[in-house]
Design a protein around this ligand. Structure first.
Ligand code: PHE
Length: 446
């Protein structure tokens, strides 16, 4: 007998959880650096258009399936499949999603571990523990292993507590803090010399780039990764939404929050980089582009904070708390996918499942830590560039081509009785049926 399912207790709770999943390293790190290396606001515009034209419809597909079936990714897709072949496809997509999200978590935990280590660095310096501070910022397998384990323990702890007392409670606490810290940091950075150059680099579009295939591929990848699509996360969160909730509205609020926080993060990171430049820190790489990879967060920004004197300690701690919160509200949504499946389809207890699956993922992370060069980029690229868009494509196909149109409408009508006459129902079915699959395929084969 399956355990009773959890449910978000309020719209606010769902919005914090789902936007918490969406807002992560992808927004605060990926978005600003993608923007910087792809023609500033030209990328921003492409990203906004692609988010609302492609990623939002795909997000809605997951929320609708999830809430309709009220179960994990595998069971939900199976529930809407009419015949044996489509049921087999459902199981395949669901399991691939679970596998993909577990591997995403395995590399995400490593980067999130760095964020925790960098958070402790200013504290260690404040306490005069220079040796410890040195160790915290040095890229060693030992440090990385310890902080992967710390981060995964936090994730397991929250997921063990369930939907209401774990995911909803912690997201509702952490997300408002994230927004507050982000705003305070932006205000502070804006007062520093050089910030306005960064703002210009961010907001003045280089329109000659807007048709550049690389810009479009990056913008679409960013939009899908950022909205946590394809891997069952939003589907599972959708399964915990109350039947009274208006899905098109809450879906668009999640997309707006995600995009809004990405845009805000751009207002922090790019000005901060140019402030660093004004302080003598190197912010361009050998090819003349802005430093974008791990170097940005683990060397450019810390160098800037170090130059700020006493305030720098506070700013550094605030910045890395921000990064840790963003990571944690995303990682819990990742772990929830395999945990919900094990609990519902295999009768496992939630705590046991969270601990067991969390431990396996931690072991994979450790494997990557000890074989970083051959494995890290491979796992990142395979999961986010290969698997995630294809799974999203399949989910769109499933909803639009396999599921009965009437059932979809009935589901949306719960919580939105006038749905049939509304704009959403006029546009969305066509979008998920034709535009999304074709666009995903075109970009995929770029
Ligand atoms: N959306 C998260 C981010 O932007 C990453 C994520 C991907 C979360 C897939 C859940 C599932 O960082």
């Amino acid at each position: 007998m399956a355990a009773p399912r959890g449910e978000f207790t309020s719209r606010f709770g769902f919005l914090m959880a789902a936007s918490g999943s969406a807002v992560g390293l992808g927004n605060i790190w990926g978005f600003p650096t993608n923007t910087a290396s792809n023609g500033g606001a030209a990328f921003l515009i492409a990203y906004l258009v692609l988010t609302f034209a492609l990623a939002y419809p795909a997000l809605m597909a997951e929320l609708i399936i999830g809430r309709h079936a009220r179960s994990n990714a595998v069971a939900a897709l199976k529930a809407i499949a009419p015949g044996r072949p489509s049921r087999l496809l459902a199981v395949f997509i669901g399991l691939m999603g679970i596998l993909t999200v577990s591997f995403i978590l395995s590399f995400y935990a490593i980067v999130s571990g760095w964020m925790i280590a960098f958070f402790f660095d200013p504290i260690a310096r404040l306490l005069g523990m220079e040796g410890l501070a040195q160790w915290l910022v040095q890229d060693t397998a030992m440090r990385n292993s310890i902080f992967v384990i710390v981060f995964m323990l936090l994730t397991i702890f929250i997921i063990s507590a369930g939907v209401k007392d774990g995911i909803e409670k912690w997201s509702s606490r952490l997300m408002p803090s994230l927004i507050l810290i982000l705003l305070l940091l932006i205000l502070y950075v804006f007062t520093l010399p050089g910030a306005m150059d960064g703002l210009r680099a961010y907001l003045i579009p280089d329109f000659s780039r807007i048709t550049d295939p690389k810009l479009l591929v990056d913008a679409m990848g960013q939009a899908f990764f950022s909205l946590s699509l394809g891997v069952g996360t939003m589907l599972v969160y959708g399964s915990y939404i109350s039947k009274d909730e208006n899905l098109p509205v809450v879906g668009s609020l999640v997309a707006l929050l995600d995009v809004g926080i990405a845009v805000l993060a751009g207002l922090l990171i790019l000005p901060a980089m140019y402030v660093a430049l004004a302080n003598g820190v190197e912010i361009f790489d050998a090819s003349g582009g802005l430093i974008a990879g791990p170097g940005l967060i683990v060397s450019v920004l810390p160098a800037l904070f170090n130059n700020m004197g006493a305030v720098g300690i506070l700013v550094a701690a605030a910045f890395f708390v921000l990064m840790t919160i963003a990571s944690l509200t995303s990682s819990i949504s990742m772990l929830e996918v395999p945990v919900a499946y094990s609990v519902e389809n295999h009768g496992a207890g939630r705590r046991t499942a969270a601990l067991a699956i969390g431990s396996i993922i931690t072991l994979i992370s450790l494997l990557i830590v000890f074989n970083f060069d051959p494995l890290f980029d491979l796992v990142v690229n395979f999961t986010t560039e290969r698997s995630q868009p294809l799974l999203s494509l399949f989910i769109c196909i499933f909803v639009a081509w396999i599921w009965r149109r009437n059932d979809i409408l009935e589901e949306i009508k719960q919580g939105c009785p006038q749905a049939e006459a509304g704009l959403f129902w006029k546009i969305w079915p066509f979008y998920v049926k034709f535009i999304c699959p074709v666009a995903i395929l075109v970009v995929y084969f770029q």
